[in-house]
Design a protein around this ligand. Sequence first.
Ligand code: ZN
Length: 284
Amino acid sequence: MPDTSIRSLPLSRCSINTATLGHRSPIGEVIERVARHGFGGISPWRRDLEGQDHRLVGRHIRYAGLSLSGYCRGTYFPGANRAAFEANVADNRRAIDEAAALGAPCFVFVVGSLPEGTKDLADARSQVSEGLSTLLPYAREAGVGLAVEPLHPMYAGDRSCITSLGEALTLCESLDPSRQGGIGVAIDVYHVWWDWRLSVDIAAAGRSGRIMAFHVCDWLVPTQDLLLDRGMTGEGVIDVGRIRREIEGTGYDGFAEVEVFSRRWWSTSEDDVLAACAKGFASI
Ligand code: ZN
């Protein structure tokens, strides 16, 4: 039986991933709006901060009373050739600098998959492993965790060759066998909810101290678009509350970060989206 004794959490434990608001307003306005609605955290995307001073944005976030739950997201590692791969690693190194300047605890990696025109998934995985391995000492020095986010297998062709929490954990162990830390996972319910091994892998992630982020939203039936039809938490078929309890059962006491890519939600006002995020969070 799931443990239903854990009470619902205050909104201060909920963070807003800025993609949820559709990247419509300047980051300064988004920070103020998220704070005004009573959330405790925010996770900006690189595209929101182009041309900005990351240190100043980080300060604005803290002055608004918010914490950072992460920084999104990595440039895909695999390249069609060595030069492309190295450029991708270099871009991710710059992103780690930005995350450090912001004061973000982790940088979230959607790792990429097959470069266009290729079919070698094993090579893509090997490039991902090499890229993370190259960046790990640098990220440790910067105090930024590398959070590998496994994606749903429907994205294996383009967005992520890492498709399960178990696979992501195996990768973390291979790159950090002594569990020094600095590399872990971002667990997004949208990507992992279907996995029959999920409970076992969440427990393993907790034991090894690898849970760096927890993303919530929902899976709609039917799903109309593979990328832009996520449900708000509570709208779909994922037992988000159960997954939350399992994750917190490992000792994780960080944010639940609402990350909803949805044309439908992006067509409503940002205030309505945030109100729905709060309602969805209360439901878990
Ligand atoms: Zn996510």
